[in-house]
Design a protein around this ligand. Sequence first.
Ligand code: GDP
Length: 470
Amino acid sequence: MGKFDETIVALATPPGEAALHLIRLSGSQAEDIMNACFQTRSAAWLRGDVSVLCLGWFCDDGKRIDQIMAARMRGPASFTGENVVEISCHGGMVIVHRILDICCRCGARLAQPGEFSKRAFLNGKIDLVQAEAIIDLINAKNDLSADLALVQLGGAVSEAVKGLRGELLDIVASIEAHIDFPEEEVELVQADVLQTDLIRVRETMQEALRASRTGKIIREGIVTVIAGTPNVGKSSLLNALLGEERAIVTDIPGTTRDEIHESANLGGLLLHLIDTAGLRKSEDPIEILGIARSRKALEQADVVLFMLDATRKAVEKQERMLSEQEREVLVQYADKTIVLVNKTDLLYTDMRVEIAAKPVREAGYELTCIPFSVKARTGFDELKTELRKRFLDGFDMYRQPFLANERQIEAVRVGLAYVEKALGALGASVPFDLVSLDILRALEEVSLITGHEVREDVIERIFARFCIGK
Ligand code: GDP
């Protein structure tokens, strides 16, 4: 059963007019409160059966308030691990307020934001990774990020973290047992064994960090800058991408809001589109401001779509006009640039694509050039494929679970630094008890991810190494 005295209640659906609303009650008094307010003929409910869903009337001192469906779950077999009742009532806010009021009069109090999940965590029903996955699932902007959150909720990430913790715990326990109980018959740790174990842990952590970059891209999206001289078709591309599938996004981390025009889904990837004000030399202060902003956008971009115009007049102009700044940009950001040679619908031959791309190829080493036409809708599939190759290559969320957010990534990053330190110390023949301190810190950091208690586990592991009866 749960560890909390107070029974909490809250509206689980967004406030406002709706067909239905869901109110959730959780805590030791949840059943008593319902028994005081609920009239039903359901034999299963009246008998006190577990996991019942039934129809009845929610009443205020015998007076009917609304006809509802009530679901009863008993702890620990519920989301919070406590006794839980879920009330589906009709979707008017007057009804909702009345029901909440009555529940509070009967002994519940209104829940704080996230309190149900917090209780689930504190009652050991979910770990921190899963709690965060619930939020990610709710906030998911496309199929891929929803799937990713589901994998995390299912516990794959927690399992991976558990494996890592297990390895670190074993290392700490073997050293500590060695130090604390030298007279006992515990195997002595050897420096080379310790080193091999630590190197393995380091690899696991490095791999986790590498993979989580992909996870971040899927969840948060790809900051995409559309660059090129005026009239190449930047706005047309922006509109076409938005026309494909407009994504509703409210918060883009690490990017200035006013530069983001819109976000779009392309081939399952979320693109945050920034149309640069141009990269030309200018005396106009407003343009200069725009250029400074463009530079910043390029800096932050995950990918730059650099557009060129393939038509003859434009090509001739481009050859002369690919400005110094543009060349500079291409060189500087070559590795994140994809060149789109636009307006190929106006060409009779593909030759000109090569001609158009020549100056950028010269400027920016091996650039990926895609023949494109916003108007004729060609090149979009190739762009999709290229983006997926760049950002999702070899990615399998079911095989390689990802860390979900900065908090989790930071914990591994700091933990990894301690593992490196421990390895350095081992190499310098520092005494084991000092090396152990670093590994313990690494373990503490990794444990932050799921929110596990370190002390208890270390003690348990140490004693697990002793024979039964000792
Ligand atoms: P921006 O200044 O770079 O934003 O360029 P725009 O998107 O405003 O496009 C400039 C002109 O090129 C417009 O008249 C567009 O209709 C036209 N345009 C854009 N893409 C294509 C294309 O793929 N084919 C053709 N034929 N015209 C295009």
